[in-house]
Design a protein around this ligand. Structure first.
Ligand code: ZN
Length: 409
C-alpha cells in the first residue's frame, strides 16, 4: 500500500480516533505482523503531542500455542504482570489504540470450550479494574490487515494482491483513501450527529421491523435512553474521540424483556472461527428462545447460553443499506467492519452509559431499569434492501424511521 496513504490513515487513528492530546500517554495494542503500521501510528501520536507511546505486541501463533499447551487455570488468572498492567492503565489513563489484524480463522482448531471459558474468566477478572477507568479515557479500534485475514477475504487472489486489496478496502470504507481523512471524518461526524439528534427528538418507546424476508419483530425502548452515533466524549465532556474506525451506525440499547417476533439475518455471522449462515432468531418476552441456522447451528445456540444476559438484546443499530461497507459488497469477517454494513441487533451486554444520569446511578441501578448485562455482546445483521422500521413514540404515534432499507427522513 502507498506509504503516504498509510501515513494519512495512521494520522486519522491518532488525531480523530484516539484524539491524542498534548502530554497524554498512548498504549497501542498491535500484532507483530503489522509492526510497520503500528510504528507509523506511534509516530503520529508523538506528532499529536503524546508524552510517551507504548506498544503491546500480540502474536497469533503464540495465542494458538498458549491455548494448546498452557493449562486453563493459568490462562484464566491474572498474574502480577497482568495486574500491574491494569493498574498502570487506571493510573495513567493512556489513550488506548487497538489495531485489528487477526486471521478470522486464527483460533480454528483450538478447543472451543476452553477458549470461551478462558475468555469469560479473563473478562470477569479484568472487570473490577476496567470499571475504575470506564469512560475516563479515549480509545479507538481500527483495522490493519494481516496476510491471513486478507487471504480469507480474497481467497482467489495471490497473497500479496489479497493484502493490497484488503488494505484498499479498509482505507476506502474508513474514508481514508482519498482527500484528507481527518477532514472527511469531520463531515461524516456532523452527519451522524444530525441523525442522532433527530432520533432523540422523537422520544421513541418502540421500534417495529418488517421485511419481505420474513422479519417481523418489535422491541421496546427504555424511556430516556438515547441513540448514540459517531464520536464519544470522555466523562466530563472534555475530549471527542472516535471509538471505531469505521462507524456508520446510530444505535441504542433496548428494554430487556420486551422483544417479540422473528428476525432473519441478512449476512453471515463470523463467531469464534465459525461462520453462521442463513439464520433466524425468535424472541419471546425479550429473550431469544429459538434459533435456526442452515450452517453453524451449534455455535449460534452457544451464544444464548454464555450467561443469563446473553440471550437478551443489548443493542439495536440503524445503518442505511447504502453504507460504504455494504456497497463494497465485501464480507470482512470482522465485526468492526461487518456491523457497519447494515442494520443490526446484538445479543448480550447493553451500553450502560446511554442511560441518562448513568454516572450517578451506576451499573446496578441501570440494569434494574431495563439495561441488559452480560459478558458477551454479539452483533448480527438484519438490514436489507426492503427493511422498514417504524418508531412508536410516547403518545403512540407512528414515525417512519427506515423505508426501503434506508433513512426515511
Ligand atoms: Zn453496533
Amino acid at each position: 500500500m502507498d506509504k503516504k496513504k498509510l501515513e494519512n490513515y495512521a494520522r486519522l487513528i491518532a488525531v480523530s480516533g484516539g484524539a491524542v492530546q498534548k502530554g497524554q500517554e498512548v498504549y497501542i495494542t498491535s500484532s507483530t505482523e503489522v509492526a510497520y503500521f503500528a510504528e507509523m501510528v506511534a509516530k503520529q501520536c508523538y506528532l499529536a503531542g503524546a508524552s510517551r507511546v507504548r506498544i503491546k505486541w500480540t502474536n497469533e501463533e503464540l495465542d494458538r500455542l498458549n491455548y494448546q499447551y498452557a493449562d486453563e487455570e493459568n490462562l484464566s488468572t491474572l498474574n502480577e504482570l497482568d495486574k500491574g498492567e491494569q493498574e498502570y492503565l487506571n493510573a495513567a489513563l493512556p489513550v488506548m489504540i487497538y489495531l485489528e489484524s487477526d486471521d478470522p480463522d486464527g483460533l480454528a482448531g483450538v478447543d472451543g470450550g476452553k477458549l470461551s471459558r478462558v475468555l469469560k474468566a479473563r473478562k470477569l477478572a479484568i472487570k473490577p479494574f476496567r470499571a475504575k477507568r470506564e469512560n475516563r479515557y479515549q480509545w479507538c479500534i481500527a483495522g490493519a490487515p494481516g496476510m491471513a485475514w486478507a487471504k480469507k477475504v480474497y481467497p482467489d487472489l495471490a497473497p500479496e494482491e489479497a493484502l493490497e486489496a484488503l488494505w484498499t478496502a479498509v482505507l476506502k470504507v474508513s474514508r481514508a483513501f482519498e482527500g484528507d481523512p481527518v477532514k472527511n471524518w469531520e463531515e461524516h461526524e456532523a452527519d451522524l450527529k444530525a441523525r442522532k439528534a433527530k432520533m432523540n427528538s422523537f422520544h421513541l418507546r418502540r421500534l417495529v421491523y418488517k421485511s419481505s424476508n420474513g422479519t417481523d419483530f418489535s422491541v421496546g425502548l427504555i424511556p430516556g435512553v438515547i441513540f448514540e452515533a459517531g464520536g464519544e466524549m470522555t466523562r466530563g465532556g472534555t475530549v471527542l474521540f472516535q471509538p471505531n474506525i469505521p462507524t456508520e451506525e446510530c444505535f441504542t440499547t433496548p428494554m430487556k424483556g420486551d422483544a417479540e417476533g422473528i428476525v432473519y439475518a441478512s449476512k453471515p455471522l463470523s463467531y469464534n472461527g465459525t461462520l453462521i449462515e442463513d439464520f433466524s432468531v425468535r424472541f419471546e418476552k425479550g429473550k431469544a428462545v429459538e434459533v435456526h441456522a442452515k450452517k453453524g447451528q451449534e455455535a449460534l445456540e452457544s451464544i444464548l447460553h454464555i450467561d443469563e444476559g446473553s440471550a437478551y438484546l443489548g443493542e439495536c443499530a440503524l445503518v442505511p443499506f447504502d453504507s460504504p461497507i455494504n456497497l463494497s459488497n465485501i464480507l470482512f469477517f470482522s465485526t468492526l467492519y461487518d456491523e457497519n454494513a447494515a442494520c443490526h441487533l446484538a445479543l448480550g451486554r447493553g451500553f450502560e452509559t446511554l442511560y441518562p444520569g448513568y454516572d450517578e446511578l451506576g451499573d446496578d441501578e441501570v440494569h434494574k431499569r431495563g439495561m441488559n448485562t452480560s459478558t458477551s455482546h454479539v452483533d448480527f445483521m438484519i438490514g436489507n434492501r426492503d427493511l422498514d422500521i417504524t418508531g412508536i413514540d410516547e403518545n403512540g404515534k407512528e414515525i417512519p424511521i427506515f423505508r426501503h432499507g434506508t433513512w426515511a427522513f
